[in-house]
Design a protein around this ligand. Structure first.
Ligand code: G3H
Ligand code: 13P
Ligand code: ZN
Length: 336
């Protein structure tokens, strides 16, 4: 049993309180490799932003759970070496799908876990989430639950259509499950294809797809029911067209990829939404950097040459999200 506090990590409790009060959101960036982690820590440390490092079940399998945990521990020291004396880094399980997986992460030194029972019947979701919360809270590990189902694929949980969170359920769910934060469904969705072209309109000037707006009325109702309670948005990549264009220019094929417009995320960040999950945008930035570099330099064969460019693209992306979208820069309790 390793406690996250011994690794220099923090849970989400204090940072969420400050974020809800301050009208900004904490970035929750997924990682599964060295370059992503370097880019996340470089961006968040330089900008003095709290940050949540997320690991999905698939990422654990890909990169090895032990290795990822030590990488997160190393991230704290890396942040300090970059001049950020008091980093606030959370190690979070993304979309945990069983009590056993959540327990394993708590025991391994994670400071926060998500138990995603959103595809279960309501009472089963409460019972599973409560079991995880009761275990995690013994070690002061914070727990995220989910109510409402996002369209698209949620790890191994698939849903044909989006079911918005029902505001009339949120008080009962959060009270009885004991969660510290609640992921809701208001129209975001996972991946780089969040909406079908027929759900969108087209910008006559650019020909780009314009997705339907998020259900801010549902968010407002939820906030009224649970004043000040930390709300989480999954599926919040914006699918930046500059990366999609680079990928398509250099041999990729991502027609009509579309995400959540950043002005909508900016608006959400100012509300009780205090954690915004971004994974696909980082994948796009990485792939754009690799494809472009290999196409322009067919003589390259050292991964550091193209992964280095990809890492720079991701660092720029994370900095942009922190500063221009979520507003979490200079929000450490101690910015020295
Ligand atoms: O919400 C899903 C995350 O983007 C993780 O995706 O299961 O492919 O690692 P993954
Ligand atoms: P995106 O696919 O929009 O990046 O969402 C990531 C996410 O919700 C991780 O849990
Ligand atoms: Zn998610």
């Amino acid at each position: 049993m390793v406690n996250y506090k011994d690794l220099g990590l923090v849970n989400t409790r204090e940072m969420f309180k400050r974020a809800v009060k301050g009208g900004y959101a904490i970035p929750a960036f997924n990682f599964s490799n060295l370059e992503q982690l370097q880019a996340i820590i470089t961006a968040s440390s330089e900008l003095r932003s709290p940050v949540i490092l997320q690991i999905s079940k698939g990422a654990r399998k890909y990169a090895n759970p032990i290795l990822l945990r030590y990488m997160a521990q190393g991230a704290v020291e890396f942040a300090k070496s970059l001049g950020c004396k008091h980093p606030e880094i959370v190690l979070h399980l993304d979309h945990g799908d069983s009590f056993e997986l959540c327990k394993d992460c708590v025991d391994l030194g994670f400071s926060s876990v998500m138990i995603d029972g959103s595809a279960l019947p309501y009472e089963e979701n409460i019972a599973l989430t409560k079991k995880v919360a009761d275990y995690a809270h013994q070690y002061d590990v914070t727990v995220e639950g989910e109510l409402g189902v996002l369209a698209g694929v949620e790890d191994e949980v698939s849903a044909e259509e989006s079911h918005y969170t029902r505001p009339e359920e949120v008080i009962d769910f959060s009270t009885r499950s004991g969660v510290d934060s609640l992921a809701i469904s208001i129209g975001t969705s996972h991946g780089a294809y969040k909406f079908k072209p027929e759900q969108c309109t087209r910008d006559p000037k650019t020909g780009r797809l314009v997705p339907p707006p998020l259900a801010f009325d549902v968010l407002e109702e939820i906030e009224k029911k649970l004043p000040g309670f930390p709300i989480v948005l999954h599926g919040s990549s914006s699918v930046p067209q500059e990366y999609v264009d680079i990928i398509n220019k250099y041999g990729g094929h991502l027609p009509d990829a579309v995400g959540i417009p950043e002005d909508q995320l900016r608006k959400a960040s100012k509300s009780a939404v205090c954690k915004i999950n971004i994974d696909s945008d980082s994948r796009l930035a990485f792939t754009a950097g690799v494809r472009e570099t290999l196409s322009l330099h067919p003589e390259y064969f050292d991964p550091r040459q193209y992964c280095g460019v990809a890492r720079n693209y991701m660092t720029d992306l994370y900095k942009h999200k922190i500063t221009d979208v979520l507003g979490s820069d200079n929000k450490l309790a101690n910015c020295d």
